[in-house]
Design a protein around this ligand. Sequence first.
Ligand code: PNS
Length: 160
Amino acid sequence: MRIAVYPGSFDPITNGHLDVLSRACGLFDQVIVAVLQNPGKHPLFSVEERMGLIREVTKGLPNVVVDSFMGLLVHYVELKGASCIIRGLREISDFENELRMAHMNRKLNEAAVTVFIPTSYNYSYLSSSLIKEIAIHGGNIADFVPPAVEQAMYAKFRNV
Ligand code: PNS
């Protein structure tokens, strides 16, 4: 079975992430969406909330598994018996950092192959941080995230 890991912060998952994920699902038997547990960061959604939202919006993708991880990505990839790491590319400027990470991950684990999937041009300007900024000021985010995430974000900001 060909397993890939799609790691990230996913705070929250966006239509851009989903676009990359749906393409990855066509390439692998199983794609594990792995949410990074990073105690040093102050995310909007807890890891559990993020995983719940990802599960909700990936119901139509039968080969997706949602999980979280701590520590080094390459260790997690090995633990899961995965052959590839999926990363989305929105624009050229993403590539510099992503290539550096891919080289480092390969250095740490020669078996770890990073597969870059370009996002649809329509989502090339999306980022979770921009969407949070728009939502916190009451802007319309309906074109950028699935409805479940939109509702969760407005609910979150009502309570902030
Ligand atoms: O969605 P993000 O924040 O761009 O995802 C970054 C992520 C989670 C892929 C990266 O920070 C990561 O892999 N963190 C785990 C720690 C690790 O392995 N660091 C070395 C990377 S070369």
